[in-house]
Design a binder for this molecule. Structure first.
Ligand SMILES: [Cu+2]
Length: 224
């Protein structure tokens, strides 16, 4: 083959490589989860209600077996996202419907409730400040905002129960109700995440859904 022929093949291969990179980047950008807006029509001083659920497997999309959080819009629709617009210096009343089984924590520190109003949370309408994850059903996930010092352990459901495997789950499925409140800080981007290594089949449980926005972590986008 002549030099021109080889150069042509090289050029075609390069074009394919560039095309694949562009396609992958565009696919990644397109797959970014939507943001749920809790600021529209917000009256200064009024609390915001934030309702989320945790599921053992999302049941749809590119990773149907992954654990995930979902968010309920102010209109009452469940959306597969972990991104929220929230007003600054505002009380957020969080309700978590927890539909996943649990396990003992690797770090018992995350059995504590920290940073919420009153440093406590409610589990099935009873107040608590700490959960011993080595007893009972263990901890399924945590709701944690590290930069704000906020962390709440989410008690697991019995793994013998007929757990929901297709999100969004409804309260007909076994679940735990976890409620707490916190104050948003000033404007900024604040990451939040789960600290239970719940990414099954990934190295030490910390890959996959633990590393992907929209599943076990997201952002509070706090606006003035
Ligand atoms: Cu988790």
């Amino acid at each position: 083959m002549g030099r021109g022929g080889r150069l042509t093949i090289l050029g075609v291969l390069l074009a394919i490589a560039v095309g694949l990179v562009v396609f992958t980047v565009m696919a990644f950008i397109r797959s970014s989860p939507p943001t749920v807006d809790f600021t529209a029509g917000h009256q200064p001083g009024a609390p915001v209600d934030l309702t989320v659920q945790t599921v053992g497997s999302i049941g749809f999309g590119p990773h149907p077996t992954w654990v995930s959080y979902l968010t309920e819009t102010p209109g009452g629709q469940w959306v597969h996202t972990t991104l929220w617009d929230l007003p600054a210096h505002t009380r957020v009343n969080v309700t978590v419907y927890q539909y996943d089984s649990g396990s003992p924590l690797r770090n018992q520190q995350f059995g504590q409730v920290t940073g919420t109003i009153g440093d406590r949370a409610m589990l099935n309408r009873k107040p608590f400040q700490v959960i011993d994850s080595n007893s009972g059903n263990g901890i399924a996930h945590t709701f944690s905002i590290p930069t704000l010092g906020i962390s709440v352990p989410l008690y697991g459901d019995s793994s013998n129960a007929n757990l929901c495997a297709q999100a969004p789950c409804t309260t007909k499925s076994p679940h735990n109700l976890v409620q707490f409140s916190f104050m948003t800080p000033g404007p900024g981007q604040y990451p939040w995440q789960c600290f239970v290594p719940c990414g099954l089949a990934y190295l030490y449980g910390n890959g996959g859904p633990m590393q992907t926005v929209g599943y076990m972590g997201g952002f509070l986008q706090v606006v003035a």
